[in-house]
Design a protein around this ligand. Structure first.
Ligand code: NAD
Length: 494
């Protein structure tokens, strides 16, 4: 296997870094293993302090020119990047599926189009964003959104290209330059994105990719004095380490972290809808931050709901994610597979019962974990409070609205909550009391790029999406002009 290229699903992927508009090698590599069959698919260059230094230096050098470019020209280049993504959508989908094991059909239909949208949407928004001009006691006041500098972006493996571009799009549109550290468990599409961006005319140094592990490449990036923003998507423990590193340089952070979201089903809910929503949670083998894995169902509905969920869940097809018939694939890596096994083993030992699945899929072997539904978990136990990030649902019952809300809000997370009810007044009342950055009422996973997105509590810090992204990726400046020539002063009020 070459150490500079890998041929993955008939696509040639460069496995080196992309720094300052050229490919850069490291002395060491790490092995990228596909979850589908646990076979090595690439040797990827393992960056460290030196590569991070070079990437930040390149991004800093490119910053002045990119920031000074009229927004219309920046937007045109970003639209060309989006066109390039569309043109290579099928290749990107095939490589991502081989790399992280998520469904090919999802990448083709939904994920890769959204990747392109992440550039197009923020290109459009940057062009249209208003710089309001107000009058303050006769003075003219102008608010502007200035690019902040070099943005460091660190991303996880569960939706690598989608999550990276959801930050790269607004960061570049606002006039910043970027250093991306992709996940070591699924690093390949970031490299293809570098090729696409280069071909689309993005100037050298504006977008840089440093491959490597969290400790090797991620850590030096987070503590680098040359970065101006740090956007991290990943787990809570890593976020703690990163926050400490970033604190030394007082770098503003955006954290999108884990979740343990509830699916709260009232006795007036549409049962067909609730059954569909529950089984939908097995999507991406449950490796979805927003997943509603804690099913809370009103006690009067429980038996019928469970019967129907089990009937539907049994028809879920597990297998190779490249097969269009597959609904649930493998977990991303051996360590993650063992982590998920451990959660379920401990839950069963602690009194929970598996009414579906409950362990690895022996027929498929490898990293395939059966879609699992657990009941009778002990209140307050680990399986009800910690993020598993696998195809594991728990079902609990509640007796009335107050108890349902209390159970929904009973974890340290607050990323999303889904509420199913046929009563519009209850929908208003309960949604207002749920502790979550996003609440879905009688629907799930409806995401708009213009909406604020982020979590409460341990699910994150800050919001991105629409203008909220520019609030984070820009230095917002207020300039006040005297009405009388160039005199200053505001009567003592500052
Ligand atoms: P992770 O925290 O292990 O790794 C995420 C990234 O951080 C990787 O690129 C990794 O290399 C890097 N990293 C690890 N240690 C580092 C360090 N010391 N310094 C700098 N970087 C470091 O998370 P993961 O296992 O890759 O992803 C799963 C987690 O991501 C889950 O908790 C999931 O909920 C969360 N997630 C959240 C969202 C969201 O939008 N809220 C979206 C997707 C995933």
């Amino acid at each position: 296997m070459s150490v500079d290229y890998a041929d993955v699903e008939d696509v040639r992927v460069d496995t080196r870094h992309w720094i300052g508009g050229r490919r850069v090698s490291s002395d060491t590599t790490f092995t990228d293993i596909s979850p589908i069959d646990e076979q090595p698919i690439a040797q990827v260059h393992a960056g460290g302090e030196a590569e991070v230094d070079a990437a930040v230096a390149a991004a800093r050098e490119a910053f002045a020119g990119w920031a000074a470019l009229p927004v219309k020209q920046r937007a045109e280049i970003l639209r060309a990047v989006a066109d390039g993504i569309d043109a290579r959508r099928d290749e990107l989908a095939r490589v991502e599926t081989r790399d992280n094991g998520s469904l090919l059909r999802s990448h083709q239909r939904g994920v890769m189009p959204r990747v392109a949208m992440n550039f197009r949407y923020f290109a459009d928004l940057a062009e249209s964003i208003a710089h309001p001009i107000d009058e303050v006691r006769g003075h003219r006041q102008r608010v502007s959104f200035d690019p902040a500098g070099v943005v460091a972006i660190i991303t996880p493996w569960n939706a690598p290209l989608m999550l990276a571009t959801w930050r790269i799009g607004p960061a570049l549109a606002a006039g910043n330059t970027v250093v991306l550290k992709p996940p070591e468990w699924a690093p390949l599409t970031a490299s293809l994105l570098a090729d696409i961006a280069h071909e689309a005319g993005l100037p050298a140094g504006v977008f840089n990719v440093v491959q490597g592990t969290g400790a090797g490449a991620g850590a030096p990036l987070t503590r680098h004095p040359g970065i101006s923003r740090l956007s991290f998507t990943g787990s809570v423990p890593t976020a703690g380490v990163i926050a400490e590193a970033a604190a030394k340089n007082i770098v503003p952070l955006s954290f999108e972290l884990g979740g343990k979201s509830p699916l709260l089903i009232f006795d007036d809910a549409d049962l067909d809808l609730t059954v569909d929503l529950a089984v939908e949670q097995f999507d991406n083998a449950g490796q979805v931050c927003l997943g509603a894995f804690r099913v809370l169902v009103h006690e009067s509905l429980h038996d019928e709901f469970l019967d129907r969920v089990l009937a539907k869940a049994k028809s879920v097809v597990q297998g190779d994610p490249r097969d269009p018939a597959t609904d649930v694939s493998a977990l991303v890596s051996r360590p993650h597979f063992e982590r998920v096994c451990g959660f379920v083993e401990r839950a069963l030992a602690d009194g929970a019962r598996a009414v579906l699945g409950g362990g690895p899929n022996e027929d498929l072997g490898g990293l395939y974990f059966r879609p699992t539904i657990l009941v009778d978990a002990r209140p307050g136990s680990e399986i009800l409070t910690e993020e598993v990030f696998g195809p594991v649902l728990t079902i609990q019952t509640f007796a009335d609205e107050d108890e349902g809300i209390a159970m929904a809000n009973s974890t340290r997370f607050g990323l999303a909550a889904t509420l199913v009810t046929g009563d519009p007044e209850r929908a208003e009342r309960v949604s207002a009391l749920l502790n979550a950055g996003t609440v879905w009422v009688n629907c799930f996973f409806v995401r708009d790029l213009g909406a604020p997105f982020g979590g409460n509590g341990k699910s994150g810090i800050g919001r991105e999406g629409g203008p909220w992204s520019f609030d984070f990726y820009c230095d917002v400046k207020n300039t006040v002009f005297s009405p009388n020539g160039w005199t200053t002063g505001n009567g003592g009020n500052s």
